[in-house]
Write a protein that binds this ligand. Sequence first.
Ligand SMILES: [Zn+2]
Length: 254
Amino acid sequence: MSRRRGTLALCAAALCAAALLPVTGCERQPPARGFTVAYEEPAAADRGSARALRERRVVESAATELNGYLDLPYEVTLLGRSCAGEGSGYDPGARLIELCYEDLTEQRELFETAGRRPAEEEAAAVMTETVFHEAGHALADALDLRFDADRAEEDAADAFAALMLIREGPPGERTLLTAARAYELAAAHPDPDPGPDPGPDEHAPPAARAAAHLCRLHAASPARHPAAPTAQPCPDTWTRALTPLLRRPHRGSA
Ligand SMILES: [Zn+2]
């Protein structure tokens, strides 16, 4: 997964050497930091989803939100790609978040199965939540946060996704509601063909993830989300943990 970035770095160094540029010409570039966006060519079956992801600027918008809120001391690449069966995830060695075009297809089909057509908007909303979830893993890595169990880190990544969306106010809350709905649908319609056994799932069951998101929405705005949550409490893992990376003084509201 790191090969792509390594190649680019090598090319940049070779260009400087080949052109015999003054060393300062190469050094003038500040080191990249923050969340950046890149795409790989999709597999043929993923072309439609790849195009939809780019046209809707799902990843770019999420990166802008992340970089406006947090000052990450190094670069983490958000990479859209075909994942050939592997789900979206964060690779700490490569500082790379892989966002699978297939996930968009899967989410669109999930909503369509439930009678929602077209479901492009819903699929894009779930991808936004996925970007923030994976960014939560990247931040846990950047902050060297320790968790008692893999499940605890997954719960924290979900909590970070919720935090980022709730920060946006009603539009972000609607995105989070859609993500919660996707988890409810996943619980009601388990994948009949999950592929090769990926081993034990580190995430909470989909119904629990949905309930936790709804709990966070209720806690953030009981007026807009009056339904009593079935999951309680929904602790905030991040308010203090993020402090070293915050761009602006934090007043404890997020
Ligand atoms: Zn995760």
